[in-house]
Design a protein around this ligand. Structure first.
Ligand code: ADP
Ligand code: MG
Length: 229
C-alpha cells in the first residue's frame, strides 16, 4: 500500500504543465482542422458523416482536457457543504452504467450505511468517484468485477474501489497521477491528477494497492462530520 497523494509536488512545475496542455490540445485540433478541410472538398455522403463523427469526437477530447484543467484552475470556487456521500456514489454508478455494460464489467456497491456526512464540494467529489470507478472499469477485462465499498472508522470514512483488472506495476505506480501519464490509447492522463488534488483539498488521503494481473484497490479516506449514521 502506498500513499499517492504526495504526487502533488509534481504539480508545482506549472510551466511544464502548460506545455503539456498545449501539446495535448494541439493534437486533436490538428486533426479537426485536417478533417474539416477534407469536408470542404466534395466528399461522398458516407464519408462526410464519418469525418463529422471524428471531428465531434476530437472536440469532445479538447473539451475534456479543458474541463479538467478548469477544475484545477478554479480552486476558489470550491463549494463546501454538508453532504451525504452514499447517494453521490450511487448516482455516479448510474452514470457509468452504460460504460460498464459495454465493457461487460459488473460494478457493485456494497455499503450498509445509508448516510455518511462529509463536508465537501459535491460536484468535485462526484468527479473523483467517477474517475476512480471509470478507471477501474477500463482496467478490467470482460467478465470482471468492480466492487465499491465504504467503511466508517472513528471520524473518517474509507471508500474502496476494487477491481479485478490488469493491475499496476511498480514502475507505473510511480507515475500515476502525473499530468498526461496514461497507458491508454485514448486516455489523457488527467483523471488521477485532478482526483488527487480534489481529495487533498478535502483533507483526505488516497492509498493504492495493486497486484499485476490480479487487480487494484484505490482507497479514498475522507473526514466525516460527527453525526454520520
Ligand atoms: P487515463 O484514464 O486518461 O489514462 P488517469 O489519470 O485516470 O488517466 O489514469 C492514469 C493511468 O493510471 C491509467 O492510464 C492507468 O495506466 C493507470 N490506472 C489508473 N487506475 C487504474 C486501475 N484501476 N487499474 C490499473 N491501472 C490504473
Ligand atoms: Mg481515467
Amino acid at each position: 500500500t502506498e500513499e499517492v497523494l504526495r504526487r502533488q509536488d509534481k504539480l508545482s512545475a506549472v510551466g511544464q504543465l502548460a506545455a503539456g496542455v498545449a501539446h495535448e490540445i494541439r493534437n486533436p485540433l490538428t486533426s479537426i482542422r485536417g478533417y474539416a478541410e477534407f469536408l470542404q472538398l466534395d466528399e461522398e455522403e458516407d464519408e462526410r458523416s464519418e469525418l463529422l463523427a471524428i471531428i465531434t469526437e476530437e472536440i469532445e477530447r479538447v473539451n475534456d482536457i479543458v474541463e479538467d484543467f478548469m477544475m484545477l484552475a478554479k480552486p476558489k470556487e470550491v463549494q463546501l457543504g454538508t453532504k451525504n456521500i452514499v447517494p453521490m456514489i450511487q448516482h455516479v454508478m448510474q452514470l457509468l452504467d452504460y460504460t460498464a455494460r459495454k465493457a461487460k464489467v459488473q460494478v457493485k456497491f456494497d455499503c450498509s450505511l445509508d448516510e455518511v456526512k462529509v463536508n465537501c464540494d459535491e460536484g468535485r467529489l462526484k468527479q473523483v468517484f467517477l474517475n476512480f470507478i471509470k478507471n477501474a472499469i477500463e482496467a478490467t477485462p470482460k467478465g470482471g468485477e468492480v466492487n465499491v465499498k465504504c467503511q466508517l472508522e472513528a471520524d473518517q470514512v474509507h471508500i474502496f474501489i476494487q477491481d479485478t483488472g490488469v493491475g499496476i506495476s511498480k514502475e507505473q505506480l510511480d507515475k500515476i497521477g502525473e499530468p498526461f501519464y496514461t497507458t491508454k490509447e485514448s486516455g489523457n492522463g488527467l483523471g488521477l491528477m485532478v482526483s488527487f488534488q480534489i481529495i487533498q483539498s478535502h483533507n483526505g488521503k488516497v492509498l493504492v494497492e495493486s497486484e499485476q494481473h490480479k487487480g487494484t484497490t484505490f482507497q479514498v479516506t475522507l473526514p466525516t462530520l460527527s453525526n454520520s449514521a
